[in-house]
Design a protein around this ligand. Sequence first.
Ligand code: KIV
Ligand code: ZN
Length: 415
Amino acid sequence: MNQLIFSLVGTIMAKDPSRVLIFDTTLRDGEQSPGASLNLEEKLAIAQQLARLNVDVIEAGFPFSSSGDFNAVHRIADTIGTEDGPVICGLARAAEKDIKTCAEAVAPAIHRRIHTFIATSDIHLKHKLRKQRSDVLKIVNDMVAYARSFVDDVEFSCEDAGRSDPDFMYEVIQTAIEAGATTINVPDTVGYTTPAEFGDLISGINLNVPNIDKAIISVHGHNDLGLAVANFLEAIKNGARQLECTINGIGERAGNASLEELVMAMHVRRSYFNPFLGRTADSTQPLTNICTKEIYKTSRLVSNLTGMTVQPNKAIVGANAFAHESGIHQDGVLKNRLTYEIIDARTIGLADNRISLGKLSGRSAVRARLEELGYTLNQEDLNDAFSRFKELADRKREITDRDLEAIISEQVQQP
Ligand code: KIV
Ligand code: ZN
């Protein structure tokens, strides 16, 4: 079945059918976090880093929502949307004006996608859309077909799928695929479902939508109950092959499923997930296309540019994620790391033995650490940062990451 799905979806065709696709929505749903707005240059810098991370799809924005979003999606499509680059996607409500604007914004990308959506839950139909189910079915048919008149790669989402009547949702999905959708996204918009329920939702779609083999099943979820990542892992076991997520889990309210947690869960527990992807448990093939060594740098860049700090105990990328505090743990790790470590910090791009920075450190050590923290400086800015570093190192024995970040933010404030 996977082979058939992948032969139908253009860009993704060339990729390994037993991998899980990573759709990054940091620049769209992530940017919907309160206070996280980014300017065009910042969005471009994040998109460039996402391309280095090797995500399969970048959802670059919601072009109809503002001219700023339109320009960002267009510029990212133009700059990053190369032959070897990721699919560049824009979001559009299921309405002609949104879809047309989105098509114009993604047009420069070689691999481009329109992602259109409408709610399918009764609560949204009654109070938000004020429409009947029959109206929604007609809109889905017409708007997916309209999106297909611009691009070959159309994703359709049943907004609030987690609270929708499954039988109605099956009908909507079947209609979307008949009209040309190549990816069907199942969002738990309000983060309401539990892992077992979300897994059942995906297996129900696989069992009850007759043409589902013509599309990839994608999942999207919010973290209102802290369950988004767990829900996605159940979804993979039940046939989902695209995960929509954000760096550091940023997004509306409690955020979206976090990219780094999903990717590292599949990486660390590969033998557990392999059989669900049709492989033998001991297969060593990666489950995603992500270059894990870019994870830490991407996390820092997104945190620095959005101003959204990462909680210290955040899985994978938090400052304490690899720190051992208790004497018993330190003793165990010194004897054998495997006693308390399930991830080698180098896998996500952290230095194994942190070089401690101080007054004897040279420019290249400072530059390397800054790059690890997500700051790539030009020569002039590096010289400036280095002289501030030296001044501080004369007064302070050890320069921490926090000190380096303070140096950079001072520099930004005093041009
Ligand atoms: O949470 C949601 O339902 C969304 C859709 C637009 C996919 O972000
Ligand atoms: Zn969302």
